[in-house]
Design a protein around this ligand. Sequence first.
Ligand code: G3I
Ligand code: 9MR
Length: 589
Amino acid sequence: MKKATMILTFACALLAGCKQTASNPEIRINQVGFAPDQEKTATIDVNSADAKPCYVAITNDDSELLWHGVASETMLNPVSGKPRQIIDFSYFDKPGTYMLYVDNGLSTFTCPLTIAEHPYRELTRKALRAFYYQRASMDIVEPYAEGYERKAGHPDDHVLVHASAATAERPEGTVISSPGGWYDAGDYNKYIVNSGYTMGVWLMAYELNPEYYKTLSLNIPESEQPVPDMLAEAMYNIRWMLTMQDTDGGVYHKLTEASFEGFIRPDECQKPRYVVLKTTAAALDFAATMALAARVYAPYEATYPGFVAQATDAAKRAYAWAEANPEVYYDQPKMNEQFNPEITTGAYDDFDVCDEFYWAAIELAILTGEKAYKVAATDHAKAIAEANGQYTPSVWGNVAELGYLDWLMHSEDKAKIKTNMEAMLEYLQPFLDEAESISVHRSPYGNREDDFYWGCNSEGCCWRGIECLYAYRMTGDEKYRINAERCLNYILGQNATGYCYVTGLGSKPVCHPHHRLSYSHPKGTHPGFLAGGPNPMRQDAETDGVQYPKDVPADESYLDYQPSYASNEVTINWNVTLFALSAGLDAIR
Ligand code: G3I
Ligand code: 9MR
């Protein structure tokens, strides 16, 4: 069909009130919105590898034709081999709500399109408020609950010391109080390793844009305090973490029921809860968190009297315990051979703690300026470089990059920063090059089979966007901002499944997350949670009716199905990267 005829067809379709169109999952687009000056692209599946470029149009609510163009040549998704085209409508920059039309020569497809001055403000607020919903040990009440009221669960004021954690001072069965904190994820347990990583990303995100967060109201019970709401929310978890330190400075690996709870309300849960095994990783993630918190909360001593001294002392004692116990790993099967009751909840096991030693030493060095921590950080950095030989992105089990980025942002030796930052920029470059090749979804994420695994939406995508934000802050090079936006575009809909992977947002949101709080609440799915994402390993296959379609490619191996914990759970360490990325982009504008 000639171009003129196609546009005429468009015009007819528009005039005829879009009779030929259908809302269509084949247009993969950021379903939340774009800033006016942002690169704006969408991906469309086409029906053959030699399909001619589709015609594209944008109309307002009155079907007035405001823009039209042509998609890219057809390319093949390197993961699935499926033919697709990229639509680039970056030059259309007028704030408003529109319809995007695509005509592939056989029929016309449509999807909603939003352009706004601050498109990620509400996403950031929802992603942060998700942590309020995760609070253990307190009623969630109006006006803060915003429709998701519930009674408190897990007071955790009668927690038993598990045999694995017994000491002379606290023998097995000792009762301790360890209230508060956030539930880790879809489950009701609380894990120090994952909590520590989450606090690291959280407090570093604050330090990257403190003025932005000071303006962000979250409508939480602490909103009237003279402290930024995002810091007040984090303090609820930090206070719980402090209760997990034993009298000898060691830190319990987790607070957990022996086996996962059913999908019931928190206030219905009755299983006994335990603190288990003190581990080196827990002590070091705790030490890093408390040292970082002592620095960040110092201006708010009036609201938290004594906290800085308490956190500093706790960090130093935990680090000293780790130095004295450098190889105590969380090996759940081995622990269960030795101790009762058997514990079968999440492990967050980590058998290499060099990166945790590095992160904790860096944070204590920045906080105290003490030479011993600087020397320790240097020694562990060398050990990491020798072991890995390449830049490794930060995840809950590998926190070296958190230390590296924090050191970059706080190093007095500015001349050294460029040299040391180059390692990160070098690491990022291949992802940026791939994105420029407009392959797949024009994103630095999702171009290879091994980009997809448990939690990849956070670890592979949001975190890469955060790395780009640091690179942008350090270099001012727009390519890093553009690629951070592309990572968020992927999360919000420009991906192989067409889902907006955040609950309560977009035209095709995640609706059935693996999340006990959502499943057991009369109002159902809570908003603002990031789902783990496609995971071809399918560790949950065959459990509770989890049936993945046969032969779907890695980037589509996702189920919006409550029992699918390996692709559709939600967690604090994933949500912190979601808001850090969306806030980091919102703060730029
Ligand atoms: O990082 C590698 C990647 O390089 C590789 O390509 C890929 C495929 O082999 O594997 C990736 O490792 C995966 C890792 O998650 C990524 O963090 C492992 O296969 C996968 O087994 C591991 O799963 C962890 C899962 O527990 C099972 O241990 C998740 O990280 C972790 O987030 C999840 O944590 C659970 C808690 O235990 C309990 N609470 C819920 C929480 C979320 O599901
Ligand atoms: O709900 C649990 C989720 O938080 C964990 O990430 C996941 C893997 O450890 O396990 C889930 O619990 C399931 C258990 O592993 C197997 N029986 C069904 C449980 C609920 O899905």
